[in-house]
Design a protein around this ligand. Sequence first.
Ligand SMILES: Cc1cc2nc3c(=O)[nH]c(=O)nc-3n(C[C@H](O)[C@H](O)[C@H](O)COP(=O)(O)O)c2cc1C
Length: 189
Amino acid sequence: MTKIAIVYHSGYGHTAKVAEHVQKGAAHAGAKVDLIAIDAEGNLPESAWATLKAADGIIFGSPTYMGMVSWQFKKFADASSKPWYTMDWKGKIAAGFTNSATLNGDKGSTIAYLALLAAQHKMLWTGTDMHPSNNKAATRDSLNNLGGYQGLLVVSPSDASVDEMIPGDLKTAEAFGANVAEIVKSVKR
Ligand SMILES: Cc1cc2nc3c(=O)[nH]c(=O)nc-3n(C[C@H](O)[C@H](O)[C@H](O)COP(=O)(O)O)c2cc1C
């Protein structure tokens, strides 16, 4: 069974919900998935580092705050210099997602940073493996209607509670999780 770890930060619960949907999709595709939350202080449970080391693929997730990952995610990234030093994550599949309030919201720089982090670890970055829904018939409920290739993009409108997140985005998160799981499976074979 392929093992995937999803390591994410969420300040107010929206990105956590995205992570749960990515997990659902990956699990549906047959992977064993561990959800690892970075806490409000930017720390992980100590055992999570072993889970990350044992994973075949790691999916990074962060809200976009001021056009970048949250400081808590960056603290995790800096702490990952320890497994970097021994190249523990080298050769693992990596992917990433972000969530923010605005349709664009400068999510691109967050995803680019996640891909850069993966490159520093000599991981193999994979995108969403999804076409964008960008024709006249597309709506916010269409699959990948935000058109992310490099990573999964989600919008949580600024006044939306976690329960009011956009169904199309959560459906896209599940499809993304399934795609990453299939890629991890094919590389592991
Ligand atoms: C400090 C801070 C900075 C933010 N910066 C951005 C931003 O640059 N672009 C954007 O679209 N939304 C921005 N937002 C909105 C959040 O990305 C949005 O509320 C998101 O759903 C929060 O996810 P969370 O509930 O997992 O923390 C910001 C929110 C906060 C608190």
